[in-house]
Design a protein around this ligand. Structure first.
Ligand code: AGP
Length: 607
């Protein structure tokens, strides 16, 4: 989604800005631009990739400060005019903005009635003109931004470059913005990942912060003029960009990184002697865990699928009601929040606006939330103030893979932990922990011999629609498989509980329809076999993901992909991998851009 990068220092800004944009590319975007200050502000922007922007740039752009943006269209189509930076009428200042201004329409009308000529269809452009009006009436840059922001509603990560002032003004409200402190130079970004080559000393602006950034100073205050308490944080080294190494795409690289990522996630957390899990980031006593009336898990997309697995596992192991919630629905359904309940917000990026708004809703109503987050220091992690990092490392492909398995692993560890306070014995816990420890090696084993994925791709690549079926813990795996194939190969996919298929989706089946079935050797298997028969009777071709050695079910399939056998509770950590490979390889065969699927953003920072 939209990304911001800014620089002020003694070096030439343009190459630094372009490199910053390149590091923001993984978030997904449709147009891009930079503005550099020399004696005047020079702005270059265009639809397309950063590499396409580079094509229209002069060989050398002089200037030691500037701002840059990757845009993911919300207000107004994908056009050069709508790309950021936006300038005011006299080109005295340029702005880049992430987020959405709710009252933009009224503000646009007001500006137009004053004779301001708006060039773009965006909400953001109003900021440039409003700040400019403030400057023209004698306000300082900071005051002009402050007064403007007092008159807009919505969300912003904002960075402003001025012709007549040697500084950048930044502001944040509901959309992340981070200032990186260098040595005689400073940086701005919406994503800590883009700052790691330059500095690890960063300031995460809080909602309502305004920062004045010069070459050697970062001054942060509140929008209402009070002092801000925002302090410096040291960014973890692991958030540097990883390169592709031997892999052609990040998606396949990250699929193969899963065993190592999982080792990091479970390292030091699997507590064999107590048959439990150590999760020190969870600030809750065993008594409070035992007495919690229910658990709620909240997320979007892949994180939501992980939540669904977590909810089933928690309910099964801890005998406590556990519910998963679509984050974008949560706040707007005015949920009743029990302050003793346990809430978990799950997110790879830690920046997803829908999940963040659910966290705010819970806190507003007096509840507490723990984060299950990948990106260290991200907005949701900070807002929750407690929780567990999943330690997947940077995930750069838009389609999430290694974050999914680690979210599931973190939630399963939590299920074991809460289960031990409420229901099952140390012995049962030890068996689970023992089995858990084996999973990274089993992942490696599977990835070394992933089975007939190409045959599955042959059945899927021309499909009008693909049905994914599973039961119990395998149902969210089916949903994750469907999401992945849809995201990267643009094939319409439906995921259904296998038993529900006969109540509707069976109407879609015709000769040759591919159906992907996730069926480990668990208590649901016999029923799933019955569902497979119903599909086959209508001419469907079955692509089956099952446990190795389970001939009873594998003989029923057209293509059967075996994962190593493991404890029933842990099967999602393995069964999901063939679905990831299927999605990846199908996308390649269809010529899709696997790492940057159309219309998608890695980090969805608007509601
Ligand atoms: C995953 O493949 C997707 N790109 C998407 O559904 C993602 O999981 C969702 O937007 C939530 O992101 P988050 O985990 O960063 O909150």
């Amino acid at each position: 989604m939209c990304g911001i990068f800014g620089f002020i220092g003694n070096r030439n800004a343009a190459p630094i800005l372009l490199e910053g944009l390149r590091r923001l590319e993984y978030r997904g975007y449709d147009s891009t631009g930079i503005a550099v200050h020399n004696s005047t502000i020079q702005t270059y922007k265009r639809v397309g990739k950063v590499s396409e922007l580079q094509e229209i740039l002069p060989d050398v752009i002089e200037g030691h400060k500037g701002i840059a943006h990757t845009r993911w269209a919300t207000h107004g189509g994908v056009t050069n005019e709508n790309a950021h930076p936006h300038i005011d009428t006299n080109n005295r200042l340029a702005i880049v903005h992430n987020g959405i201004l709710d009252n933009a329409r009224g503000l646009r009308e007001k500006l137009q009635s004053k004779g301001v000529n708006l060039i773009s269809e965006t909400d953001s452009e109003v900021l440039a003109h409003m700040i400019s009006i403030g400057i023209n009436s004698g306000q300082s840059p900071e005051d002009a931004v402050r007064h403007t922001l007092n008159r807009v509603t919505g969300t912003w990560g904002l960075c402003v470059l001025f012709e007549d002032h040697d500084l950048l003004i930044c502001a944040s409200n509901g959309s992340p913005l981070i200032i990186g402190q260098g040595d005689g130079e400073n940086f701005v970004s919406s994503d800590p990942h883009a700052l790691t080559p330059h500095t690890q000393n960063i300031f995460f602006l809080e909602d309502g912060d305004i920062a004045t950034v010069t070459i050697d100073k970062i001054q942060i205050s509140r929008q209402d003029g009070r002092t801000s308490s925002t302090g410096m944080t040291i960014l973890e080294k692991e958030w540097g960009e990883s390169d592709l190494g031997e892999f052609p795409h990040y998606m396949i690289k990250e699929i193969h990184e899963q065993p190592e990522a999982l080792r990091r996630c479970i390292s030091g957390r699997l507590d064999y002697p107590n048959g439990s899990a150590k999760m020190s980031g969870l600030r809750v006593s065993p008594v409070d865990l035992r007495n919690a009336p229910h658990v709620r898990l909240i997320g979007c997309g892949t994180a939501l699928n992980a939540c669904k697995i977590g909810a089933l596992a928690i309910e099964e192991l801890a005998r406590i009601t556990a519910l998963s919630h679509v984050a974008s629905e949560f706040r707007y359904n005015d949920p009743v929040i029990n302050t003793k309940a346990f809430h978990l917000a799950v997110s790879q990026s830690g920046e997803t606006a829908d999940t963040l708004s659910a966290v705010k809703e819970i806190k507003l109503k007096g509840g507490t939330v723990h984060g299950i987050i990948n990106v260290v220091g991200s907005t949701i992690a900070r807002k929750c103030g407690q929780g567990v990092y999943i330690h997947s490392g940077p995930e750069q492909a838009v389609a999430s893979t290694k974050a999914f398995t680690n979210m599931v692993a973190a939630l399963l560890m939590f299920a074991i932990k809460i289960g031990r306070t409420r229901s099952f014995t140390t012995e049962r816990g030890r068996v689970l922990i023992d089995e858990f420890n084996k999973i990274p090696n089993l992942m490696d084993e599977y990835l070394q011999n992933s089975g007939p994925i190409d045959e599955a791709v042959g059945l899927l690549k021309d499909a009008k629609c693909v049905l994914f079926l599973g039961r119990g813990l395998s149902m969210p795996v089916a949903s994750e498989g469907a999401l992945k194939l849809m995201e990267v190969a643009y094939i319409p996919c439906l995921s259904y509980p296998a038993g529900e298929m006969k109540h509707g989706p069976i109407a879609l089946l015709e000769e040759g329809s591919p159906v992907v079935v996730i069926a480990p050797n668990d208590k649901h298997k016999q029923k799933t076999i019955a569902s497979m028969h119903e599909c086959k009777a209508r001419g469907a071709k079955i692509i089956l993901i099952h446990e190795e050695g389970d001939d009873e079910i594998s003989l029923e399939a057209d293509v059967s992909i075996a994962i190593p056998s493991c404890d029933n509770l842990l099967t999602p950590l393995l069964t999901v991998i063939p679905t990831q490979l299927i999605a990846y390889k199908t996308a390649l065969v269809l010529g899709c851009d696997v790492d940057r699927p159309r219309n998608l953003a890695k980090s969805v920072t608007v509601e």
